[in-house]
Design a protein around this ligand. Structure first.
Ligand code: HEM
Length: 479
């Protein structure tokens, strides 16, 4: 190192130290929430990420809330962070997206989902990608197109279940949601070798998305990066096929053909959009379906009420000589919607969101400094006994409009319910996810009884997973 380089290094270090001291001095004059910043750099990340039962908030949250309250500071994922288990602050954060707060997922997520992924984008580019996704997942498309697709893929999975056999419910739910998304996005047919190959790559890819971002030989993250490039090549090939076929001939019912014809996104942007929609649309709803199967096997009265509701729907259809489900049938599934809400409240598929403050913010007397990470923990609100009666109980009846079981009113319940996030980044697939769950429940309760074949439970890693894959024994019955 030359003398000049040495002096420059010293100057750089001095500048960093001064900046740090300045920041600390600034922070001293702020009224930060109470909390513990933990170890240098690591902070409290390891304790925060320790797996726990998904129907609880975990030891870390429990201890921190009882020591510091529902809003506290910590140091997570290498950054100073405000953690919020406060329903009001969570709503405030999500509604002020782009004004006071901004989506801010760890850099490793961008590395694997791509820099054009919707989870990572902010500002105008996010708005453009969101418009495309919403267009494609609109209520009109759900009615005219997606309902049929959802029904077809549900039956494909359920018809393959063998009487009195043990099946891995989590894998079956994944098969259903993956096949649905792959067909809807790129017209891939279920069971075909190319679809199966893509599914295999996707499993490796997913393991990396949720693993530690260590790009070293043999790590899940490195393998996932390799799968990412294989998946992207596959999508690129599909794009080229459509370009050759000329856009006018392309199937406008699939996202890829539609985007090629109706948007001016670059190739790289389309690739990341397709990859992240496959991810967002298949992982979450499959976990939700597995959770529903799990909660229902522990609540026979809910299964009985579901059976009554769905027998009613199918009886009315038989009388009209219809077989396929229609939108009106879906709208009749009122108790089913309660089961779906309760599954999402208690199971918390997405437990917390990543944001950062883009301005200095003051909330309930606390300062949230510009640049700090902010984690709205939606699971902590859903499991808060001050907001939900006996929150650890699976009680779908709490969602009925004229709820007679428990002292809550339905408005309080829905105001504090945010399984799909909120504000300008509210999940684009909210309605599709609910439709998938309802149609799956319809055919499940009409055709099967099930019980756990082995003990298993949902754990939060923090992504929700059943360690044994939720093995269930199924028996056919025709109602
Ligand atoms: C039960 C199932 C689902 C749950 C619990 C869920 C949850 C969420 C949540 C909490 C967010 C907000 C993320 C944030 O603000 O940082 C989100 C975003 C998103 N979800 Fe879902 N989701 C589900 C199903 C789906 C499905 C089926 C799709 C269909 C493709 C989908 C597509 C998306 C997209 C595109 C975004 C990004 C929206 C944006 O940034 O504007 N999701 N989801």
């Amino acid at each position: 190192m030359s003398d000049l380089e040495f002096i420059l290094c010293l100057l750089g270090l001095a500048l960093l130290t001064i900046l740090n001291l300045y920041r600390r001095k600034q922070n001293y004059s702020l009224n930060l929430p109470p909390g513990n910043m933990g170890w240098p750099f690591l902070g409290e990340t390891i304790a925060y990420l320790k797996p726990y039962t998904a129907t609880t908030i975990g030891k870390f949250m429990e201890e921190h809330i009882s020591r510091y309250g529902k809003i506290y500071k910590s140091h997570l994922f290498g950054e100073p962070t405000i953690i919020s288990a406060d329903a009001g602050l969570n709503r405030f954060i999500l509604q002020n997206e782009g004004k006071l707060f901004e989506c801010s997922y760890p850099r490793s997520i961008g590395g694997i989902l791509g820099k054009w992924s919707m989870l990572v984008l902010v500002g105008d580019m996010h708005r453009d990608m969101r418009t495309i996704s919403l267009n494609f997942l609109s209520n009109a498309r759900l009615r005219t197109h997606l309902l049929k697709e959802v029904e077809k893929h549900t039956l494909l999975v359920l018809d393959s279940w063998i009487e009195n056999s043990t099946i891995c419910a989590q894998d079956e739910a994944k098969k259903f949601t993956f096949n649905l998304m792959a067909e809807h996005i790129m017209s891939l047919e279920p069971g075909k070798p190319e679809t199966e190959q893509l599914k295999k790559e996707y499993i490796t890819f997913m393991k990396g998305v949720v693993s530690a971002p260590l790009n070293l030989p043999g790590t899940a993250y490195r393998k996932a990066l390799k799968s990412r490039s294989i998946i992207l090549k596959f999508i690129e090939q599909k794009m080229e096929e459509r370009v050759k076929k000329k856009t006018e001939d392309n199937d406008q019912n699939e996202l890829l053909g539609w985007v090629l014809k109706n948007s001016n996104l670059s190739k790289e942007q389309i690739l990341d959009l397709v990859l992240s929609l496959l991810f967002a649309g298949h992982e979450t709803s499959s976990v939700a379906i597995a959770l529903c199967i799990y909660f229902l096997q522990g609540c026979p009265t809910a299964v009985q009420q579901l059976e009554e509701e769905h027998i009613e729907v199918s009886k009315a259809k038989r009388e009209l000589g219809e077989t396929e489900l229609r939108w009106d049938d879906y709208k009749k599934m009122e108790f089913t919607q309660c089961v779906i809400s309760e599954t999402l409240r208690l199971g918390n598929v997405v437990r917390f969101l990543h944001r950062k403050a883009i301005k200095n913010v003051r909330y309930k007397g606390y300062d949230i400094p510009c640049g700090w990470k902010v984690l709205p923990v939606i699971a902590a609100v859903h499991l808060d006994p001050a907001l939900f009666d006996q929150p650890w109980h699976f009680n779908p009846w709490r969602w009925l409009q004229n709820n007679t079981r428990g002292s809550q009113n339905a408005t309080t319940t829905s105001n504090n319910f945010m399984p799909f996030g909120g504000g300008p980044r509210l999940c684009a697939g909210t309605e599709l996810a609910k439709l998938e769950m309802a149609v799956f429940i319809h055919y499940l309760v009409l055709n099967f009884r099930w019980e756990l074949a082995d003990t298993d439970e949902a754990l939060a890693f923090p992504f929700v997973d059943f360690p044994k894959g939720l093995p269930i024994r199924v028996q056919r019955h025709a109602l």
